[in-house]
Design a protein around this ligand. Structure first.
Ligand SMILES: Cc1ncc(C[n+]2csc(CCOP(=O)(O)OP(=O)(O)O)c2C)c(N)n1
Ligand SMILES: [Mg+2]
Length: 293
């Protein structure tokens, strides 16, 4: 099989991420795909701590920290500034969490897409506000335990559905929208190379499992990521020129196999798992219908 993952590394050792951090693999793969002529904007998140304390950084590319809500605005300004200096060949990348994207940063992202800047916005989706201690976000899935959706006697787990930001970006008709998972790195690298070839706003949402936040063994990050796709709870797709292409996994597994590996779902009764299974099936059918349009 040809090597499809670039050998070059733009992320070095010495970072402060937890063992098995999916968001760290996401950054590593994104930089491999985008290459050295890249500048990364990071809003408040785990990734604003992971690179290390000044004057140290584990990234080999320039890094700009922004306030929580500002990634969309910051990449817009950085793009315009680089263009004014004749540096059109630099990739401007936002690397933002799900809280910083689905919730507080959504208007900045949507505005950057509307203005049509030539930028890549990566949402690393670990499905909660992990850096501040596992609080629920709009991107936390139904049924999950978090510290703000605790499972005490009231079984107060998250009762609302996950907000799929990539679907919102499709609705806004962004030139390129994709979902990806760290367990499928060749697919992610291919999507990054497509994104690189498109001038305009690109959005990629990467499912990035989090061992402490999802409560599973840190050795299982890639396995959890693959099960998310194979169970169709996190479908992989690509949306380009108004056309959706859905990745059909060669192997499918029951949603319960994905859920049971993670402590954040361990409180669910079989009847509750069934509710999740039917929602997953419903969304899959709706994506299939969109693909046929
Ligand atoms: C305006 C504002 N509110 C709250 C915070 C505190 N804060 C820093 S990181 C963070 C969580 C970010 O969650 P997410 O975007 O999902 O990234 P993750 O931590 O999961 O990597 C919060 C709430 C902040 N820095 N600024
Ligand atoms: Mg998060």
């Amino acid at each position: 099989m040809p090597l499809t993952i670039p050998r070059e590394e733009y992320m070095q050792q010495g970072h402060t991420a937890c063992a098995g951090c999916g968001a760290t693999l996401s950054m590593r793969y994104v930089l491999k795909g985008m290459g050295p002529k890249s500048a990364v904007v990071v809003p408040a998140s785990c990734w604003s701590v992971i690179p290390g304390e000044l004057p140290y950084t584990s990234l080999k590319v320039p890094l700009l920290y922004t306030p929580f809500a500002s990634a969309g605005a910051a990449i817009s300004g950085l793009r315009e500034g680089l263009d004014a200096q004749g540096k059109q060949d630099y990739n401007v990348i936002a690397f933002a969490g799900d809280g910083g994207t689905a919730d507080i940063g959504l208007q900045g992202l949507s505005a950057a897409v509307e203005r049509g800047h030539n930028v890549l916005y990566v949402m690393y989706d670990n499905e909660a506000y992990m850096n501040t201690g596992i609080q629920r976000s709009g991107s936390t899935p139904y049924g999950a335990w978090t510290t703000t959706t605790p499972v005490g006697s009231k079984r107060d787990y998250k009762r609302e559905n996950k907000k799929f930001v990539a679907d919102l970006m499709m609705a806004q008709n962004a030139p390129y929208v994709a979902t990806a998972a760290i367990g499928f790195p060749e697919d992610l690298e291919r999507k990054l190379s497509v994104a690189k070839s498109i001038k305009g706003p690109k959005f990629i949402q990467i499912l990035s499992p989090c061992p402490p936040g999802w409560n599973y063994n840190s050795a299982d990050t890639v396995r959890v990521s693959r099960l998310a796709v194979e169970s169709r709870i996190f479908p992989l797709y690509e949306f380009r020129n108004g056309k959706l292409t859905l990745f059909k996994p060669s192997k499918t597994v029951p949603v319960s196999q994905y859920l049971y590996l993670q402590g954040r779902f361990s409180h669910l009764y079989d009847s509750e798992v069934k509710v999740i299974e039917s929602a997953v099936e419903e969304r899959w059918q709706s994506l299939l219908r969109k693909e046929q349009v």
